[in-house]
Design a protein around this ligand. Structure first.
Ligand code: GSH
Length: 188
């Protein structure tokens, strides 16, 4: 949704409840969100979705072209957001909100927290004192990492280094993000 807003692409949002319906599971056997349908395309995995949309409906400055030196960094950090930083987020949220009390800080949870914390350190280092992960320009890598970061310091209430706190605010202040938020969770 955020990328569609950034690129000015029209889109429709379908809200689903959990547990998901059989009809939804028939489309997406994982039963997870997000899920993208675009003509004959029907895919899960948020990073694949933003790369697909950027490529299919670009060019866009949010996804550097093949000769742009920023391309490798954008791909690296987009994949990192889910494959490394975001990969433990479901486990940590289930431990925090659903696990029985004695299991909330068991060995696996503590190990995952440590791995996520190491990933957070890499994210902070990759950003450094730049405004965005690939430098001055906002890209798909920022959409992906802002989302994982919002789970880390939002739902999980974990600490973040100062540069990432300011980065989260900077990304979240974008008009496109605000519009997507409004459509995802209308205030009225
Ligand atoms: N790697 C996937 C993660 C998808 C995911 O775990 N989504 C969560 C919500 S943020 C979900 O649907 N959880 C419920 C479930 O898996 O049953 C992506 O980036 O799209």
């Amino acid at each position: 949704m955020w990328l569609c807003e950034e690129m000015g692409l029209p889109y429709e949002v379908e809200f689903i409840g959990f547990p998901v319906s059989e009809a939804y599971r028939a489309k997406n056997p994982l039963g997870s969100v997000p899920f993208l349908e675009d003509g004959d395309v029907a895919i899960n995995e948020s990073v694949a979705m933003v790369l697909y949309l950027g490529e299919r409906y670009g060019p866009t400055p949010l996804l550097p072209g093949k000769n742009d030196p920023a391309l490798a960094r954008v791909l690296q950090m987009a994949v990192f957001s889910e494959a490394t930083f975001g990969s433990g987020m479901n486990t940590l949220m289930m431990a925090k909100f659903a696990a029985p009390e004695p299991d909330k800080q068991n060995w696996s949870v503590t190990a995952q927290e440590s791995r996520s914390d190491t990933a957070l350190g890499l994210l902070s280092k990759a950003l450094g004192d730049q405004p965005y992960l690939a430098g001055k320009g906002f890209t798909i890598a920022d959409i992906c990492n802002h989302t994982a970061l919002a789970m880390w310091d939002g739902a999980l209430k974990k600490a973040v280094p100062e540069n990432l706190r300011a980065y989260r605010e900077r990304c979240g202040a974008r008009a496109a993000y605000q519009r997507a938020q409004e459509r995802a969770a209308p205030k009225s």
